[in-house]
Ligand binder design. Structure first.
Ligand code: NAD
Length: 314
């Protein structure tokens, strides 16, 4: 019988890409999201706000019955760092969503995959960041606090109740299904749109160096974890999932200028409050335990992303 996987946040960028990958691999996928998917109606989705306070976790949250579930992949979150500096109650919502999902998993004996972030390392100005370097002492923003507290809850559930988990720390994922910039401003599709339309671009942090991850690499890393947590081969581990190399934001503008044949009007401002300005992931654990090998460097990833954005505006 097909394994049935619940993806929370399925209408988002990573959720949409991951759902297609797992359906192709033969899994039955159903999702929960509080909103409609921008790009497709193909993915079976229950519309529910996961940040409410629920009392019953037995078959689903509240009075809903999700049916048989073999694995939960918890992606739902308010995922924009700067937005959560302005509206910190959205960070509290992140925490409630995570609590609800791990309680649901505990009550129903379901393993969970949790989506954390490189923000848990803080802005430590250190290149090559190992999984052990995360610390609440370096928490830069309410978003980071919401993710680090989610991780703490996850680890405590594993210790106290034997809940099996994999935790991923993602970093600047870009590519297909990320261009709904009216809902969520992401730097890569935003730069593409602005350069295409001849609008000025502000780069916050000229010397910012980040680890950008092409979405297919990110999905391949999660997908491998899905196989391995279901067989029990890998459990209770935390992985950096990124490309493993650092690039300045400027590169994004340079590649899109070249792809679009347009000269951009660039200006520079200091990084904004709460932002991480230097990060390169140590991906050796993901390589060792998940066979993770990122395939797409930034320049090639941006070219693929540009081709996809162009196909969307036809
Ligand atoms: N994309 C990245 O670069 C990146 C980097 C680090 C961490 N992450 C984490 O990975 C996960 C997925 O990221 P993404 O880029 O796909 O984000 P996204 O915003 O595209 O998707 C998140 C989804 O969660 C849903 N959601 C938010 N609040 C909800 C609620 N109360 N109830 C139900 N659904 C709700 C949203 O509607 C959205 O569809 C998030 O947890 C994010 O914090 C992403």
């Amino acid at each position: 019988m097909k394994k049935r996987i619940l993806i929370t946040g399925i209408s988002g960028q990573i959720g949409t890409n991951l759902a297609y990958n797992l359906i192709d691999k033969g899994f039955e996928i159903f999702g929960i999201d509080k909103r409609q998917n921008t790009w497709t109606n193909d993915l079976t989705t229950v519309h529910q706000d996961l940040s409410s306070r629920y009392d019953n976790f037995t078959d689903g949250l509240g009075c809903l019955d999700y049916g048989k579930v073999d694995l939960v992949i918890h992606l739902a979150a308010n995922a924009k760092v700067h937005e959560l500096v302005e509206y910190p109650t959205r960070a509290l919502d992140n925490f409630m969503m995570t609590f609800n999902m791990i309680e649901y998993c505990r009550n129903n004996n379901i393993p969970i995959i949790y989506s954390s972030t490189r923000e848990v390392y803080g802005d430590i100005q250190r290149y090559i960041t190992n999984e052990a370097d995360a610390s609440f002492h370096t928490t830069e923003s309410p978003y980071s606090a919401s993710k680090i507290s989610g991780e703490a809850f996850l680890y405590s559930y594993s210790k106290c109740y034997g809940l099996p988990y994999i935790c991923y720390r993602f970093s600047n994922v870009y590519g297909r299904y990320d261009n709904d910039i009216e809902r969520m401003e992401r730097v890569i599709p935003l730069f593409y749109e602005k350069i295409k339309n001849g609008e000025p671009i502000t780069i916050y942090g000229e010397d910012k160096v980040l680890d950008f991850t092409y979405v297919d690499d990110c999905v391949a890393g999660i997908s491998s974890g899905v196989d391995k947590i279901l067989t029990g081969e890998v459990q209770n581990k935390t992985f950096n999932l990124a490309h493993g190399s650092g690039n300045p934001l400027r590169t994004v503008a340079d590649v899109f200028q070249e792809e679009l044949g347009v000269k951009a009007d660039l200006s520079f401002e200091p990084s904004r409050v709460g932002e991480v300005t230097h990060y390169v992931a140590d991906i050796s654990s993901a390589k060792k335990y998940l066979g993770y090998e990122p395939q797409t460097d930034l320049v090639n990833g941006l070219r693929k992303a540009a081709a996809w954005y162009a196909s969307q505006s036809k």
